[in-house]
Design a protein around this ligand. Structure first.
Ligand code: SF4
Length: 564
């Protein structure tokens, strides 16, 4: 008997050929990326274990599994099946099937950027895969008592389309961090007897300024509002006990930087010790992982020191040194970090790089939210993200980003930038600033060398929640400057794809050549597609290509010297 069956969104269980950025593939429209290409690039899921369970699972599933075990649920009552073996676990006595998801309805920022660009008649692969999984699970549980609940970072999408919960036959969408009350969630959703002193039937939503509101809904479950504790404490977060996908290990929760468009910053900050992070790394290594991917929303905020968000260099060095001292581990990289720290503290990046053995054959990939090339927007929406550097005294935001990228690349860190289109109070001039930044960096070499900059820039559409709700985002007409941001980003991406496709593709010769070929052609085709759309919008392509390239030489030296 398996009481609790934990399942992951199918888009989260593939390796995407281990190619940088290919994990974004499911955000693409299914009508533009043919099925054969999608499934080839997605790659196979790892084979199931002999008992039908998945050998590795997304981190959120592993955390949930650990939370249930910590609460005293018996090991034999919990299963994390391989998707191909779901039928072996969903039986008459199964009480709860829990699905963790990231972007079920295709309303995440990157997916929305494709929606706005290509039109709403397209269905993103994330939604195609989600609907297939829901059909499969609902068919397997038909006539049985098992309740279906969903959780994870994608649950917010159901708060803007609550009717979808019922449409997919979901009994409860569970919102928020639940590590400390996971057992109660499962026990109570199984019976339908919800303890109103612990949970509310409803969800929290936010407006564009992140003002919170509470909405009653009988198919949602969230932590009771007004409870003294709004989130689990550090001690209540259990370490995972079986391997997570991609060697992911949690480093911290919360961020604290306070960007006004970001929900993460509302969470309390909790930092794990290096030893505790190492515990999870060792669990992941049981599946053969030799890289530790450190989950964080801002690695340079790890145990940070003060209100100026100066990095705690000692803590960062201690963290990376400890992780790299784990026998058998070959490499590590953080998931996210901000650019102002490499701009201001190149020596710190150099020290971490030598600890993690960064090199031309071991680039440290990290996602970085640059968001804009405009000083005005950076100062308005993310004033702390530039700290301890200040826009003005320490250069423009573009100069800070340029310096940070140069320092990262120098030590073999490759940032994957996101830039936003559609921010509040944005003007065309702000977007042209973003185009200028991308063009400048695309044509730059690392200070003192002839090595070209290595980075990607992915545009994200900032769509007002009201428009997502009404599915009226097709009404968004990208203006010339916004289209220019898309075009400049995909033009640079094509340049990177053509330059790096072969070097970064993995697998045997056939798979390597196939992946490299598709990435090469895909990058070029995507640029041409965006170029075609831009031309239809009467965008002057030659103007976009040239924009920002006439800046004074060596302007970047305006950024102040390193802070040590
Ligand atoms: S630095 Fe990143 S995670 Fe932190 S508040 Fe800003 S956008 Fe959010």
């Amino acid at each position: 008997m398996t009481k609790y069956v934990l399942v992951s969104d199918s888009t989260l269980v593939a390796h995407y050929r281990h190619f940088p950025l290919l994990t974004f593939l499911p955000c693409a429209p299914s009508e533009l990326v043919p099925k054969s290409v999608y499934y080839f690039l997605k790659g196979p899921q790892d084979a199931p274990m002999p008992n039908g369970e998945a050998a590795t699972a997304p981190y959120s599933i592993r955390k949930l599994e650990a939370a249930l075990l910590k609460a005293g649920v018996r090991r034999e009552d919990i299963a994390v099946p391989h998707e191909s073996r779901l039928a072996d676990f969903i039986k008459d006595d199964t009480e709860v099937i829990a699905v963790s998801t990231m972007d079920p309805l295709g309303t995440g920022p990157l997916t929305m950027s494709y929606n706005v660009l290509f039109g709403t008649t397209h269905t993103p692969w994330v939604r195609v895969e989600w609907e297939r999984l829901m059909r499969k699970i609902n068919a397997l549980r038909a006539g049985k008592k098992a309740k279906l609940i969903v959780g994870g970072p994608g649950v917010w999408e159901f708060t803007i389309e609550p009717e979808a919960v019922q449409r997919y036959g979901i009994d409860y969408a569970v919102q928020g961090e639940c590590d400390d009350i996971a057992a109660q969630v499962f026990e109570q959703t199984a019976t339908g007897n919800i303890d109103s002193s612990l949970f509310s039937n409803g969800f929290i939503s936010y407006d564009m300024q992140f003002h919170k509101s509470y909405n009653e809904h009988n198919r949602f479950l969230s932590r009771k509002l007004g409870l003294a504790k709004g989130a689990p404490t550090l001690e209540e977060l259990p370490p995972i006990v079986r391997p997570a996908m991609m060697g992911l290990a949690e480093t911290m929760r919360g961020c604290g930087i306070g960007c006004d468009f970001c929900e993460v910053t509302l969470r309390p900050m909790r930092y794990y010790s290096p030893e505790r992070i190492g515990e999870e790394v060792k669990v992941n290594m049981q599946s053969g992982a030799t890289n530790a991917w450190l989950q964080t929303d801002e690695i340079f905020a790890y145990k940070h020191l003060n209100a100026k968000f100066e990095p705690n260099q000692e803590a960062l060095i201690e963290l990376f040194s400890y992780i790299m001292s784990i026998p058998g581990l070959k490499s590590t990289n953080p998931t996210h970090g901000r650019i102002s720290i490499p701009a201001a503290y190149p020596e710190l990046i150099g020290k971490i790089s030598s600890i993690v053995k960064a090199s031309p054959s071991n680039w440290i990939g990290v996602q970085v939210g640059v968001e804009t090339g405009s000083d005005k927007l950076a100062q308005k929406h993310m004033p702390n993200k530039t700290l301890p550097l200040k826009i003005g005294a320490d250069g423009t935001w573009q100069e800070i980003v340029w310096k940070g990228t140069s320092n990262m690349n120098k030590y073999y860190w490759r940032p994957a930038f996101t830039v936003q289109v559609g921010q509040m109070v944005e003007t065309p001039e702000d977007n042209w600033d973003t185009v200028a930044l991308i063009n400048w960096m695309s044509n730059s070499t690392i200070e003192g060398t002839s090595r070209p900059f290595e980075f990607t820039a992915t545009p994200m559409q900032n769509v007002p929640l009201g428009l997502i709700k009404s599915r009226a985002f097709s009404a968004i007409n990208l203006d010339e400057a916004q289209m220019a941001v898309y075009y400049a980003s995909y033009r640079h991406l094509a340049k990177m794809a053509m330059r790096d496709a072969r070097r970064d593709s993995k697998g045997n010769m056939l798979v390597k050549n196939g992946t490299a070929g598709l990435i090469y052609v895909g990058g070029w085709s995507m640029m041409k597609l965006v170029e075609g759309i831009a031309k239809k919008h009467k965008v002057d392509i030659e103007k976009v290509k040239r924009w920002g390239l006439d800046r004074e030489k060596n302007k970047q030296t305006a950024v102040m010297a390193s802070r040590v």
